[in-house]
Design a protein. Structure first.
Length: 98
């Protein structure tokens, strides 16, 4: 299962994850997409985040638009708009799934 998850990360990050696993074949992990802000292209994006539960080590991908590092956003403390750098962001639900 982890092999499928790792395919969403760039090759270099896949190598780093494999090194950190030290050959462990079935590690416990948490995987999902997080909201993130890219300061380079000034956009809000969703990036994959993998967390190894035994070590607490986390891995997140760069901006899918420009490849730059991103800042993971906390829904409880949203920053200023990355585009205009003035107004604060707000969170709005646009759908509910069962």
């Amino acid at each position: 299962m982890l092999n499928r998850v790792m395919k969403v990360f760039p090759a270099g990050m896949q190598e780093k994850i494999n090194e950190d696993l030290n050959g462990e074949s079935a590690p416990l992990f948490d995987f999902n997409f997080h909201m993130a802000a890219c300061r380079q292209c000034r956009s809000i994006v969703a990036v994959p985040v993998l967390r190894l539960l035994e070590t607490g080590q986390s891995y997140s991908s760069g901006c899918p638009n420009c490849g730059s590092r991103v800042e993971l956003l906390n829904e409880n403390a949203l920053p200023a708009c990355p585009n205009c750098l003035q107004k604060g962001l707000t969170l709005q639900d646009i759908g509910h799934w069962d």
